[in-house]
Write a protein that binds this ligand. Structure first.
Ligand code: NAD
Length: 432
């Protein structure tokens, strides 16, 4: 079976590379020729730990190739994974499915033999029905099967998540197609992944419901953290105490900045919009979005309090600006709200991120990228630990900082009050 991944972004590239590493013949397609050129020269356009090595290994083994010619790649493949973006529409609510439908139209004119066409992109309920409708205009229904196989990998842990997923969800009612996919995933199933075969619509909804639930967990503990700050309680005790209950579980119960990234913000909005089409009010998810939107304001207010409302001319350092560690992804990162707000108030911001300079801050006044932690914290009044990179977990502030002692605001609760206070620094964290 030959596989074709359409869209060579975080999901398409990682899953394509992993499928090839499992012994499949995979072609990764992208309309962005620049990306394809880089990949053909052994360079990986995104930051994802371990990805580069796997790309090079499988490219050399000739199991993995790259192309910007969608039609011929589809013609030469049996299983087509659609992995293009499904961002929020300009109206700010529903998912923009134009990339999905553009790709579908191109696939439609390239069906030369039976193809299994799979949405790995996160798509609203009934998108599979629409894809089927588009393909049926030109092709006989026995020439293709449309399946939903949502992807649950996390950026920064993507390869591990792909190879050891908790579950593989395949939405298809067709026995033969289901057999082919179960066979494709058999190396992962034999490593312990649960294989769940559902209806196509159910698979589409499982993905959105999962992301909305995880976003709810984060938002829930962030609000509890606010209460902890007022009542002299350590939110970490609450997280542990709650998490030990197997019905709740400890993951995604760590207080910190607003959730961001390429999935939770857009998927929470999209599921609400889908539900509204069916006259269903997802009020819990609506309040999660509201609360998360307000989260950056709450943290900003705390920064102003720490600086005694004297933000003008203050030198502020951001350690990490991506929405989470081990990724270069800036989509909906809370730093995109906080840094411009502080700049507007007259602060100078220096930031260091292990994935380098960010174009998002190019036009923001007095925001500068520094090449090292040391340079970024030099002469700082306030150091904000924004992203939980390992690089920031054992900084010896005492050794690095000579002279004026900055305040440290640890938004990820990496350090302890005791540890930092004993080095002579004022320390603030979240939910304590
Ligand atoms: P991305 O933006 O990183 O990549 C999408 C790629 O598709 C881009 O490289 C783009 O050039 C390409 N593309 C768009 N139209 C094309 C076309 N007509 N032909 C060929 N290529 C085309 O997106 P992503 O983060 O990989 O997400 C893709 C999908 O997977 C989304 O629906 C997302 O919600 C879902 N998802 C993402 C993650 C994640 O962690 N990023 C996890 C699970 C699911």
């Amino acid at each position: 079976m030959k596989l074709c991944m359409i869209g060579t972004g975080y999901v398409g590239l990682v899953s394509g590379v992993c499928f090839s590493d499992l012994g499949n013949d995979v072609i990764c397609v992208d309309k962005n020729k620049n990306k394809i050129n880089l990949l053909q020269n052994g360079q990986v356009p995104i930051y994802e730990p371990g990805l580069s090595e796997l790309v090079i290994k499988n490219f050399r083994n000739k199991r993995l190739s790259f192309s910007s010619d969608l039609k011929s790649s589809v013609k030469n493949s049996d299983i087509i994974f659609i992995c293009v973006g499904t961002p929020t529409k300009k109206d700010g609510s529903s998912a923009d499915l134009s990339q999905i439908y553009n790709v579908t139209k191109e696939i439609s004119s390239s069906i030369n033999k039976f193809k299994i066409i799979i949405t790995k992109s996160t798509v609203p309920v009934t998108t599979g029905d629409q894809i089927e409708k588009i393909l049926s205009k030109r092709n006989n229904k026995n020439k293709f099967a449309v399946v939903s196989n949502p992807e649950f990998l996390r950026e920064g842990e993507a390869i591990r998540d792909f190879i050891y997923p908790d579950r593989i969800v395949v939405g298809s009612n067709e026995k033969k197609t289901n057999r082919v996919l179960k066979n494709l995933y058999s190396p992962l199933i034999s490593k312990g992944a649960k294989y769940l075969n559902t209806s196509r619509r159910a698979a589409e909804l499982i993905k959105y419901a999962s992301n909305a639930f995880l976003a709810t967990k984060i938002t829930f503990i962030n609000e509890i953290a606010n209460l902890c700050e007022k009542t002299g309680i350590n939110v970490e005790d609450i997280s542990i105490g709650m998490g030990l209950d197997k019905r709740i579980g400890s993951r995604f119960l760590r207080a910190g900045p607003a959730y961001g990234g390429s999935c939770f913000p857009k998927d929470t909005k999209a599921i609400i919009s889908t539900a509204e089409k069916f006259n269903i009010n997802l009020s819990v998810i609506k309040s999660v979005i509201r609360s998360n939107k307000n989260r950056s304001n709450i943290l900003l207010k705390k920064i102003y309090e720490i600086l005694k409302n004297k933000v003008k001319n203050k030198k502020i350092t951001f350690l990490g600006v991506t929405f989470k560690a081990n990724t270069d992804d800036m989509r909906d990162s809370s730093s995109l709200l906080m840094i411009p707000a502080l700049s507007k108030k007259g602060a100078t911001i220096k930031y260091y991120d292990p994935t380098g300079h960010k174009k998002e801050f190019k036009n923001i006044k007095n925001v500068y990228f520094e090449e090292s932690i040391k340079k970024s914290i030099k002469d700082s009044d306030l150091i904000i630990i924004h992203t939980e990179w390992n690089d920031f977990k054992s900084i010896n502030f005492k050794n690095l900082i000579k002279g004026k002692k900055p305040i440290i605001y640890d938004m990820r609760n990496i350090y302890s009050n005791f540890k930092i206070n004993s080095q002579g620094f004022k320390y603030f964290s979240v939910g304590k």
